[in-house]
Design a protein around this ligand. Structure first.
Ligand code: GLR
Ligand code: MG
Length: 416
């Protein structure tokens, strides 16, 4: 039996391109917190999560309460997290979403680090702690964004601009040529719906064999969502968060045969019952970073299965530790049958040693080494931490950044 002896949290920043969305545009750096947990017998586990200031403060408070915990005591972990956060409410997740209860989001990176440790102690991959792998490679989708050629004042990045349907098709082609993806997600909510519908049709014409999705992050009213759905019936596999709220989604769902997916109106266990009762959502995008880690994401998977809802996976800008955790979870979740989202192709730097998490034919082969199956590059960790200190960004704010360039910009939520 081993116990936690020490925890180190390292805020890091990595370069991020100017990806456009409903709220604004990605800042030049995305932030993550890297969690390292050591045990009294010298083992070492890894976790990764968001890094906005409030979350970092909560992670720091919880980390101080964990030494002495048995590495297999995940219920004990949850109660220690809940004790520390007893008086705290609300948690911002990735700049767009707000949770009422912060326990699951704070718990997640510690749970992943403990599963990494457990796997290392047993000499088995994390998939074996989650019931065993049902697939040896996990399919991901090409996650397309409208984008500027480069950050204002900086050089053009290697992707270039994508501001119309032709630019989106070119971006898809580069991404698919490089990674082999067989599903495509377009981040919408940036231009009026007609232009985004045209982009989806252009993708369908250019990639007739690929599964397509669009996600405008609630930029549309119920009526607009229904009209868009009529034009995309038979073209997309699901329509993600066209309109805000369970009630709004239910009103759209009643008028379309396209399954509606969400990572905005069902983001916590408390949202499942009202959503099921209203038949608002047919596909839930899980995300272990705010559903409370890998085991609670499997609980979510079981609930989706029970109520006949599909399961996909959401992502936000992330590094390799998160990709490893997402891959282990997806490999061990039988009803996760959609290609998962990932922002991974958009980053140009990482802090895990290369060679394990490679994409082939749009999928990541599931690491079979002990734990998460990856190794931290401590030099890279130091570099990305220096970048965090130097970049001055302390919370994600796509709207404020866009306003430094377009002072009159207002977010597009329910705009059309
Ligand atoms: O599916 C989603 O809603 C996301 O991936 C949310 C992200 O924040 C995305 O909009 C982004 O990176 O701009
Ligand atoms: Mg989404």
């Amino acid at each position: 039996m081993s116990r936690i002896s020490r925890i180190e949290l390292t805020p890091v920043a990595f370069a991020d391109p100017p990806l456009l969305n409903v709220s604004g545009v990605h800042q030049p750096f995305a932030l993550r917190t890297i969690v390292q947990v050591w045990t009294d017998d010298g083992n070492h586990g890894l976790g990764e999560t968001y890094c906005d200031e409030t979350l970092l403060a909560r992670l720091t408070a919880v980390a101080a309460a964990l030494p002495g915990l048995d590495t297999f005591d995940l219920h004990g972990l949850r109660s220690r997290v809940a004790d520390v956060l007893r008086a705290e409410r609300g948690a911002e997740v990735g700049g767009m979403l707000n949770l009422q209860d912060p326990v699951d989001v704070v718990l997640s990176p510690f749970e992943v680090a403990l599963l990494d440790l457990q796997g290392k102690e047993l000499g088995r991959p994390v998939t074996d702690l989650l019931g065993g792998a049902v697939r040896d490679a996990v399919p991901f989708s090409a996650y397309l964004f409208y984008k500027w050629a480069g950050h204002p004042g900086a050089a053009e990045d290697s992707w270039g601009a994508a501001l119309d349907p032709a630019g989106i098709v070119d971006q898809a082609r580069s991404m698919i040529d490089h990674y082999g993806f067989t599903a495509i997600k377009l981040k919408g909510g940036v231009f009026p719906p007609d232009q985004e519908i045209e982009a989806v049709h252009a993708l369908a014409a250019a990639f007739p064999e690929h599964k397509l999705r669009i996600d405008p992050n609630c930029a549309w009213t119920v009526d607009t969502s229904i009209k868009v759905a009529q034009q995309l019936t038979g073209v997309i596999e699901y329509l993600e968060d066209p309109t805000p709220g369970i009630e709004g989604m239910a009103a759209v769902a009643a008028q379309t045969e396209i399954p509606l997916a969400t990572n905005m109106c069902v983001i916590a266990f408390a949202h499942l019952k009202p959503s099921v009762l209203a038949d608002a959502v047919q596909v839930v995008l899980s995300d272990h970073h705010y559903w409370g880690g890998l085991r609670r994401s499997q609980l979510l998977a079981g609930i989706c299965d029970t109520f006949g809802m599909g399961l996909s996976m959401h992502s936000n800008s992330h590094l390799g530790i998160s990709l490893a955790a997402m891959t282990q979870l997806a490999a061990a979740t039988p009803n996760l049958t959609y290609a998962c989202d990932t922002h991974y192709p958009w980053k140009t730097e990482d802090l895990i040693k290369p060679g394990v998490l490679e994409f082939a034919d749009g999928s990541v082969r599931v690491p079979t080494g002990p734990g998460l199956g990856i190794e931290l590059d401590t030099d890279a960790l130091g570099r990305l931490h220096e970048q965090y200190l130097a970049c001055g960004i302390r919370r994600r704010d796509d709207t404020a950044y866009r306003r430094t360039i377009e002072p009159d910009f207002s977010p597009n939520g329910s705009r059309w």
